[in-house]
Write a protein that binds this ligand. Sequence first.
Ligand SMILES: C[S@@+](CC[C@H](N)C(=O)[O-])C[C@H]1O[C@@H](n2cnc3c(N)ncnc32)[C@H](O)[C@@H]1O
Length: 313
Amino acid sequence: MTSREYVRRYFSDSARQWLARAYDDVEETAAYPVGAQRTRLALEGVVDRLGTAQGHLVDLGCGGGNLALHAVDLGFRATGVDLAEGMIAEAEARRAALVPDARDRVSFRVADVLETGLRTGSADAVTAIGLVEYLAADEPFLAETARLLRGGGVLVVSCRNRLFNATSGNDYTREEIETGSATGLLEELATLRPDRAVVPLLGEVVARLREALPGLERALAKDAASEGARVARSSPVFGQRRRQHSPAGFAAAAAAAGFRHPRFFGVHPHVLSPALEAVAPRFYNRFAAALEPLESAPVSLAWSSAFLAVFTR
Ligand SMILES: C[S@@+](CC[C@H](N)C(=O)[O-])C[C@H]1O[C@@H](n2cnc3c(N)ncnc32)[C@H](O)[C@@H]1O
């Protein structure tokens, strides 16, 4: 089976469980609600850069359509593209529940992101969230997004963050050391030192923590009741290697394809050791969510297991 076929089958067969794990409340799934954070950041990034919530947004690797449907709520027309029939079936079910005006402004199609069948220059914004780690290479993907976008259009991409390998203290760290690439990561990390702009964001974290305390207490009690055992995974494990990027590495590949003005956001914070997640997953992930106000600070790229990049074509 090719790796593309493996990806198609995995997401088609586990579509419902995958979406529940990525989007459901952390107390239900014990997993970080990464889907909600990525969708919010991506749409904020698009609207902020475009200066409007109008136009055509294409979401590549759209999964169950969450981002495209939110985009329609904001005022965009949206097209979602995904290889996995099971994901598109979930997206179509959600589309069918919309009021007619909204339903007419969104469509979904089963296709490879490199063969979307969409017109050159037909997109004002392209988003690709949780996608590039499953592709064989960046260049064909970046060339295709450059083709789809009009000049001045916005690209938002999320990537698994290699910089986090320098601080996570796990097998990824060992591999970066053994292959001699850890020094380069540390050099990139050294460019991310915070300045005074981080102080108000820390104030927001304090406010979030105050609000989060009752939920943190409940989460810890639930973790304690499950005797610290690993919570059963609610979707099958993706059994193949997924690619990672560093922010500077991805920006260089994007620049070669004509994308400018990169801006990065940290996604899925891991400020406490990731080893704690196995023992107290609900507490760990709820605590992490309280740190989201720091996502716009460059230093957050040191502890976030993913990042989101915004570019202008
Ligand atoms: C991790 S999921 C993310 C789904 C969605 N973007 C979200 O954030 O909720 C990745 C999605 O990319 C799709 N995908 C992976 N490779 C693809 C390809 N070559 N063409 C189209 N879709 C692809 C998968 O089928 C899957 O639905």
